[in-house]
Design a protein around this ligand. Sequence first.
Ligand code: SF4
Length: 365
Amino acid sequence: MRFVDEFRDEKQALLLADQIRKATTQPWRIMEVCGGQTHTIMQYGLPDLLPNEIELLHGPGCPVCVTGLELIDKAIQIASLRDVIFCSYGDMLRVPGSKGDLFDVKAAGGDVRIVYSPLDCLKIARENRGKRVVFLAIGFETTAPANAMAVKQAKKMKLDNFFLLCSHVTVPPVISGLMEFPETLVQGFLGPGHVCSVMGWTQYDELCQKYKIPIVVTGFEPIDILEGILKVVRQLEAGESRVENQYSRAVTRDGNKEAQAILDEVFDVCDQEWRGLGLIPKSGYKLKIDYANYDAEIVFDTDSDSVCESGVCISGDILKGIKKPKDCPAFGKQCTPEQPLGATMVSSEGTCAAYFRYGRLDLVV
Ligand code: SF4
């Protein structure tokens, strides 16, 4: 299959691994930003191909993992209302809030539905005018344009029973946040290819200059990731810090202008709470005042006093790249994908779930 098979070619992977080995003269720590990249790294056993000097750190680019606990608690409260149809992508139903998850609401009789697109929710809203239909709008710059489009459509269709509960996050501010943590270990980044296909890569120039780090915009197949690592290592060894684009088959310098325009039209940039990382300035999107009627946070009166994270979970440190699942005593014991204690065990893109799923017990014990 074109654009897939050639990026999973074993000979090419071994060749790249050899080039990485030859290029590496000292230890380097490289973070992949995106959960999809973490998934590929674990699925294809890429750490086994790398020299011991290269350590991969797993970053905060899984939207399910970083959605704030307070927002999950709000989602649970709203979904429990009798006149609400609550719609979400499937992974979010198992994310633990302070007291249970959205599956618990569904089990107790709440109308909680899994959808594949925000546009599905518009149809549900049109067919259920006596109900309030709420979509849990999470994700990075990749999913935000479709959610913005759904709100625009709702306005055009004069739907007054459709709402977004928004928790959109953006990548450049979290890279900045990670580099500002005094304990940060990151020396270079594999940038998120899908986000850059929407936003372009010029935003990352400033980060490279400010923090003196290389950022290589990278795709999601094993060959993409090995090429991305090679490019980061070559820059680190040469003392360089600039943006490179490994994922040129999908990413252009300026990205998708139409998608950016709709983001600007519907959303304002806001400070955002990241699960495990805290409040990061200007790292999220909220609906503009013109769309306040569609904003579930404004329309629904929720109580946010109940926020309480599991005392055992160290997923915040895992998302910062300073700890790994092997450092968590609950990994594979009290915490499994069936019974997750923390968000990084819920989504298949979460680091703990990826380690568990691909049986990287050698990296755990
Ligand atoms: S294994 Fe579970 S409890 Fe431990 S850090 Fe990961 S999500 Fe949290």
